[in-house]
Design a protein around this ligand. Sequence first.
Ligand code: CP
Length: 304
Amino acid sequence: MRHLMNPLDFTTEELDSLFDLANDIEKNPAKYAHACEGKKLATCFYEPSTRTRLSFESAMLGLGGQVLGFSDAGSSSAAKGESVSDTIRVISCYADICAMRHPKEGAPMVAAERSGIPVINAGDGGHQHPTQTLTDLLTIRSLKGRLGNFTIGLCGDLKFGRTAHSLINALVRYPNIHFYFISPPELRVPDYITDMLKEKKIVYKEVIRLEECMPMLDLLYMTRVQRERFFNEEDYVRLKDFYILNKPKMAMAKKDMLVLHPLPRVNEISVEVDDDPRAVYFKQVQYGVYVRMALILTLLEIQV
Ligand code: CP
């Protein structure tokens, strides 16, 4: 039985197969419409979510399966003190596969150790968000035609942003990737990530102003400031509008640069950018459904 805790759980060859499958699902949805008949997906979300939970549910329904779950720890028996280990043993009696989001780093891993069904980490604290990374990689591969040979800027809350951490980890396996990390000093990418980049001799530069690197970027990955992970509101208020991507900044970028964002957006991308053909964050949401369909099929070992 296989779980997904980290994007690195799949080799790059396995990811290619997953993305090929996702692209085939996109082109031929009817072919897969009954693939998961009789199967159930449990969504156990101890933290808020719109995209991840609903895209998992949409993915399973699109495969002809069924869904059950909870979207709030307070409405589950976690509120009475039940451990994640006990909960997953119970969920294993009700469902065939489980997507779990939890505010504590490592909680889905603890669940996987006790689980009788595949567990997918749907985001654990400030640590990893592997299915967002699969979404990001599929979006880049589908729209740019390659994974590798580009300069990517990651902008915003690089300290707490688990989507940024997961994406950097995943991209270092592809050739000739150059990183710009664009953040205020307080929200710099953690040392364990820059240490890993130095060890692998991967080129990165940390800058504070978006304008310093905008003309060099092939991809810009915007992130919101993660209010829920700050220790005090004062720091959040000071930093929340540090970056606002707008039309004048987009005018500095390459004509074929793509703007991605895992969403939700707060203020960091002005709505005036949404109509720019380079803004692909809503297309990215759609790729998130296809890649989760491919992931469910892969972990349940269902061939169509
Ligand atoms: N991208 C993402 O994880 O969004 P949600 O928090 O809405 O699931």
